[in-house]
Design a protein around this ligand. Structure first.
Ligand SMILES: Nc1ncnc2c1ncn2[C@@H]1O[C@H](COP(=O)(O)OP(=O)(O)OP(=O)(O)O)[C@@H](O)[C@H]1O
Ligand SMILES: [Mg+2]
Length: 431
């Protein structure tokens, strides 16, 4: 496969693939454009807010990317590595990565060499849980750049190119697809710590993707249930980066941050039963939780939106939280903007724009207190999950280190009590 043109398909019902349009390699091989087909223009929807239903070739605005939501259909660093290693395409452009990602990619988009039929890059069925040990060995070989045999190649080819930077694959558990994330020689048991962090987040009122620890010989892996699958159906999803980039005015740079994502949800989230307000408020809790457990790796691809009502103005729901874990970096700033002090990992920064999350400052402060009380119990929770004393001591240097512990101790909701209402301004017409 070495094509400068491919075809994009929509697979919310994979038994009835819908042709979306044509993809083309542009910008001297550094970008991919999309031109919707006539049928999609008639009966489709904008895949992201920057991909309007217009009859033109839509070009990417940033170099090294596919246009709009198409960019979320391509693999990330780990997947690119697997493709380089297993599929060995003659050329390595975004086109090859889009194609070799196969049929099980993130979201509901698919890529085919034909506009007449959805014919994705052929892959084997996903490995099952019973094969997790073998799968981990293949993944380690790819990480270490060791040769793999044909059986191993086929095992990883199915879901090995899923997103993210760290070693992972897709696996089937009881008929459902899960992402399986492997130990990557870190000084602590990261898969177990991720499970402990995610389940702790749930205690703080955060909707998290379901996780399950997969014990292997000498190490653990973490399985995370896919939230972009619903039985046989697929849910169109976009990353926060794609959603926020779509909002950037021509020539401007996008602003990647929690308040910005909250406002996007306010405008384009599902309004029924105040779902968008609940999502905005949950985003606030996620931000506070990430700060307090030192999850500083909260970048634009670590938040996603489910496009649940694609043809309506209120189309998005916040996807469950994933990739939430103590990064043990202690860097003191987040990847996503928090508030008036930009990325600073402080509760005062989190509180600085709480109204953008649909809270009064008193309500937001109550949520901070709620998250603090959950994080205060982190050691007990991590121990109950099986995290070793040594790993807990290592994590404590951050979570209970001066910087974060002091913030938990010195947060006083009374400081954020509602300001007395200013007297109503008198109408200039009143007598
Ligand atoms: N449960 C899930 N359901 C659907 N998609 C998921 C799920 N978990 C992760 N993803 C997708 O896979 C990507 C990689 O997953 P994840 O962020 O957990 O991996 P990672 O390698 O730790 O990431 P990073 O590059 O941030 O270190 C995510 O950005 C998201 O697009
Ligand atoms: Mg990630």
């Amino acid at each position: 496969m070495r094509q400068d043109e491919l075809y994009l398909w929509f697979l919310s019902d994979p038994t009835a693939p819908r042709w979306v349009g044509q993809l083309r390699l542009v910008n001297a091989g550094k970008g991919v454009s999309l031109e919707y087909g006539a049928e999609w223009l008639n009966s489709g929807f904008p895949l992201s807010e920057d991909l309007l239903l217009v009859d033109i070739e839509q070009l990417p605005r940033w170099t090294g990317m596919a246009v709009g939501a198409v960019d979320d259909a391509r693999p990330d660093r780990w997947g690119e590595r697997v493709i380089q290693y297993l599929d060995k395409p003659a050329r390595l452009s975004i086109m090859e990565y889009l194609y070799y990602a196969g049929d099980d990619r993130f979201g509901a988009l698919g890529v085919s060499t034909s506009a007449g039929a959805y014919t994705p890059c052929a892959k084997n069925p996903l490995p099952r849980l019973a094969h997790a040990q073998q799968l981990s060995q293949v993944v380690h070989k790819v990480s270490d750049k060791e040769p793999v045999n044909e059986v191993e190649r086929q095992m990883l080819s199915a879901g090995g190119s899923f997103g993210g930077a760290k070693p992972k694959a897709l696996i089937e558990i009881a008929g459902e697809q899960w992402v399986i994330k492997f130990f990557n020689n870190e000084p602590i048991d990261v898969p177990l710590v991720e499970h402990a962090s995610m389940t702790l987040a749930a205690l703080a009122g955060i909707t998290v993707a379901q996780t399950q620890v997969v014990p292997l010989v000498g190490e653990n892996a973490l399985a995370v249930r896919r939230f972009d699958r619903n039985g046989e159906r697929r849910i169109h999803c976009i990353s926060a980066g794609t959603a926020l980039r779509a909002e950037a005015v021509a020539g401007g740079e996008p602003e990647f941050g929690y308040p910005h994502l909250a406002q996007l949800l306010r405008r384009a989230g599902v309004a029924q039963n105040d779902a968008n307000l609940l999502d905005m408020q949950e985003l606030f809790r996620r931000m506070v939780f990430n700060i307090l457990i030192d999850n500083t790796d909260d970048h634009e691809k670590n938040h996603a939106l489910l496009v649940v009502s694609p043809t309506r103005q209120g189309k998005y729901r916040l996807a469950p939280a994933y990739d939430v874990l103590t990064t043990n970096s202690g860097q003191g700033f987040q990847e996503f903007i928090v508030g008036a002090d930009q990325r600073d990992s402080t509760l005062s920064n989190a509180m600085s724009q709480s109204e953008l999350f649909g809270y009064t400052s008193a309500q937001a402060a109550a949520q901070v207190v709620r998250v603090i009380s959950v994080v205060d119990g982190w050691r007990k929770h991590f121990a109950a999950c099986g995290v070793t004393d040594a790993d807990i001591s290592s994590l404590a240097l951050r979570i209970d280190g001066d910087q974060l512990h002091d913030q938990r101790r010195s947060f006083h909701p009374a400081d954020y009590a509602q300001p007395a209402k200013s007297p109503r301004r008198r109408s200039p017409f009143a007598k």
